[in-house]
Design a protein around this ligand. Structure first.
Ligand code: URA
Length: 265
């Protein structure tokens, strides 16, 4: 009797382990998403808007009006229609963020707040990361994506994608300094590529770089015995920071912006 019960326990335990393994693999193969998260990830509605739209009967899943915004859907196979228009699942997401001071350009950090902390958890898709880095105290345009290949193309030094920064310095910038910066300066064993500097005041201007070395602009200004006191990125390739975004706010790139971002221009 005792041996029999031990055997039963062993069989049940094996069953349990097998079902856990099967479930794990099934989950790995099929990604289920909450309907409201799906709509928000596709940039169609925020989660609270999604609930409202569901209540209004505006969201149809596989031909049937959705009853609850937290229902699970399979974005690969389920058909979702919002306000009469099909919503197709996009594998990749592209976000424009207006970075405030005090956030590091990383996906996680044991001590610091990261740019990902600014994105609502439900919109933080798996694999999302900042495309390139801004220093902790640099402000402005950061593009977040889960498209590693697309980001790589834009960041690759081969593509020379230009980035424009608005800056302010401690001391006035002379015409000689401007010419030196444009020609290329030694930032410690490396001479920067030619760039363009447009002065808007004695200590302010815009600088356009086609490369991105660590602390590059700060080091460039140090090379001409000056110091950066304000730095903000306002464009990345042909994607410009949306002036309607407050610091810390973000939005999805438009289709047009996605296209130009991916071309790496
Ligand atoms: N150059 C810098 O020095 N810092 C940045 O964040 C970006 C460019």
């Amino acid at each position: 009797m005792h041996i029999f019960s031990v055997k039963i326990h062993k069989i049940l335990f094996t069953f349990y382990i097998l079902s856990v393994i099967i479930l794990y693999y099934k989950k790995g193969l099929v990604i289920f998403l909450r309907l409201d998260r799906f709509l928000s990830n596709m940039g169609k509605a925020t989660r609270s808007e999604s609930s409202r739209l569901v209540r209004m009967g505006k969201v149809i899943v596989n031909g049937v009006p959705a009853k609850k915004s937290d229902m699970q859907i399979n974005p690969d196979t389920d058909e979702v229609v919002l306000n009469g228009a099909p919503v197709t699942y996009k594998q990749f997401t592209y976000i424009m963020l207006n970075k405030p001071e005090g956030y590091v350009s990383a996906t996680d950090d044991p001590q610091e707040k990261t740019v990902l902390d600014l994105v609502d958890p439900e919109d933080r898709r798996k694999g999302l990361f900042p495309c390139g880095r801004l220093d902790k105290n640099t402000l402005g345009l950061v593009i977040l994506t889960n498209d590693g290949e697309g980001a790589h193309r834009c960041l690759s030094p081969k593509h020379h994608v230009s980035k424009v920064y608005r800056f302010e310095t401690l001391l006035p910038i002379s015409q000689a300094d401007k010419a030196a910066l444009e020609k290329g300066v030694d930032i410690g064993g490396y001479t920067t590529r030619p760039c363009s500097v447009a002065l808007t005041g004695e200590r302010t201007g815009k600088i356009t770089l086609t490369e991105g070395k660590y602390h590059q602009i700060k080091r460039m200004l140090e090379a001409v015995n000056n110091k950066i006191t304000y730095l903000e990125r306002i464009s990345f390739g042909t994607v410009e920071l949306d002036p309607s975004l407050e610091r810390g706010e973000w939005r999805y790139l438009t289709k047009e912006e996605e296209k130009i971002f991916l071309k790496g221009e």
